[in-house]
Design a protein around this ligand. Structure first.
Ligand code: NAD
Length: 438
């Protein structure tokens, strides 16, 4: 395929070299005469393992050239990959100026490619940038309509400097945020044989994913470093601890706990986080990530309360009281915080949980109920139908099997607030469905 790469920095020069070595015909464009000159001489404009060799090989095969003149690069282009910088503005917001300027140039040349060309943003940019800010620039500069005469896509770059070439050829997956089927097909054809699994999604999801990935990577580094700081104070080998921690691929390094849902609770996580927070304070240690996990959880509980209060209806029916399905342990169940707040505000509330039978709640759990949720006994209903029939807003608080199918049972005017992603929203045919964070 004929590929134009705009911006020959770390991302653009690696893309140009790797794609031309896959047999595509690549023209690199940069405003920097130095970078263009490097490529023309078969040299790498940046320090990066194996890149010089790949550029030299592609130049020799006649599959790679570079220019400062975008218009001369565009005729015949199947794809244009925009890889210019997106720095931080003074206030920390994202500066799209370079990308907008590059898109204006690309747009001017779009009517002269002689093909349906797909413009692919590879620079990191916030959700809404491609469709809301850059597509209008492309349309205005070209006088063409996106989807009819040209395509757009977002293809986030995940390379790591230092191993960028290996990352390109050995990628786990490639994310294709496609503005249309045709744009997606074009990118898939370009990646044929490399890039791991090609996964097509919407442009905003692909834009967001890049930030989610980088936030998670940064979180991992900060978390591991905080573990290191507290281990050192305790005289414990932090590397040994983390080596063992990552060996658990069931709960630790796995998709488990990584799906948006309700706040954590139960008898362990809140208590143990408080203990480690308290110990770190005794050491005079500042561990902002670990110390703010409980705070983040509190904010999530407050968000649930706001969501429920948004509806004018007053009669609330809570389905699922324990912190997870299949247990009657009510200690530190976060839904009880929601219920307690709303009962305190005078909302009429009914409760249901298949595992809670007041006759059988014993021991520490019983004391907890008597002290913390004295309203439970009089509001708990054994019959789910009773709660369904006498509530305007139904709030699903755990994933007990019998709540999954309540969607079709909702009546017109009833609202379902799903705090745990238990109910399929398409099954709610008469009422309204609202997810907590989805
Ligand atoms: N460097 C990385 O490891 C990495 C990894 C993933 C994503 N990204 C993202 O990719 C984007 C590019 O990053 P980078 O590190 O390659 O940037 P960079 O600063 O190294 O390169 C950007 C290049 O674009 C050129 N340029 C600017 N405006 C231009 C224009 N109008 N026309 C032609 N060329 C123009 C610049 O001269 C420069 O050579 C950024 O959004 C970055 O966040 C970078």
């Amino acid at each position: 395929m004929q590929v134009v790469v705009v911006g020959l920095g770390y991302v653009g020069s690696v893309c140009s070299a790797c794609l031309s070595n896959r047999g595509h015909s690549v023209v690199g464009v940069d405003t920097s005469g130095f970078k263009v000159e490097c490529i023309q001489r078969g040299m790498s404009p940046i320090v990066e393992k194996d890149l010089g060799e790949l550029i030299a090989a592609a130049r020799e095969k006649g599959l790679l050239r570079a220019t400062t003149d975008i218009a001369s690069a565009m005729p015949g282009a199947d794809l244009v990959l925009v890889c210019v910088g997106t720095p931080s503005a003074e206030d920390g917001s994202l500066d799209l100026d370079h990308v907008k300027r590059a898109c204006a140039e690309v747009g001017k040349a779009l009517p002269h490619t002689g093909k349906f060309t797909t413009v692919v943003m590879r620079s990191t940019m916030l959700p809404g940038s491609v469709l809301g800010e850059l597509t209008p620039v492309l349309e205005a500069a070209s006088g063409l309509k996106m989807g009819e005469s040209f395509g757009v896509a977002y293809n986030p770059e995940f390379l790591r400097e230092g191993t960028a070439v290996a990352d390109f050829f050995g990628a786990d997956y490639t994310i294709i945020g496609a503005g249309s089927e045709r744009a997606g097909e074009s990118l898939k054809a370009m990646y044929a044989g490399v890039g791991g699994e090609l996964m097509v999604t919407s442009i905003p999801s692909a834009e967001m994913l890049k930030y989610v990935n980088n936030s998670f990577h940064a979180l991992k580094v900060a978390f591991a470093n905080e573990v290191g700081r507290i281990c050192k104070r305790e005289g414990i080998d932090s590397h040994e601890v983390m080596r063992l921690m990552v060996r658990d691929t069931k709960l630790n390094l796995s998709p488990y706990y990584l799906s948006p849902g309700f706040a954590f609770g139960g008898s362990c996580l809140p208590k143990d986080l408080r203990a480690i927070q308290s110990r770190s304070r005794q050491h005079g240690l500042d561990l902002p990530v670990i110390q703010n996990i409980v705070r983040s959880n509190e904010v999530h509980i407050e968000e649930a309360i706001h969501l429920i209060e948004r509806f004018k209806h007053r009669r609330l029916g809570f389905l699922g009281l324990s912190f997870k399905a299949g247990t009657d342990d009510l200690r530190e169940s976060p839904i009880l915080r929601v219920i307690g707040t709303l009962v305190g505000k005078g909302y009429p509330v009914l409760l249901h949980d298949p595992n809670i039978d007041m006759e059988r709640v014993l021991g520490a759990n019983r004391r907890f109920v008597e002290d913390e949720v004295p309203y439970l006994t009089e509001r708990l209903r054994a019959d789910l139908d009773d709660v369904l029939a006498n509530s305007d807003v139904l709030i699903v608080g755990n994933r007990a099997a019998q709540y999954r199918d309540i969607g079709p049972r909702l009546k017109v005017g009833q609202v379902l607030v799903d705090l745990v992603a238990a109910v399929d929203r398409t099954s709610v045919t008469h009422g309204e469905y609202h997810g907590l964070a989805w």
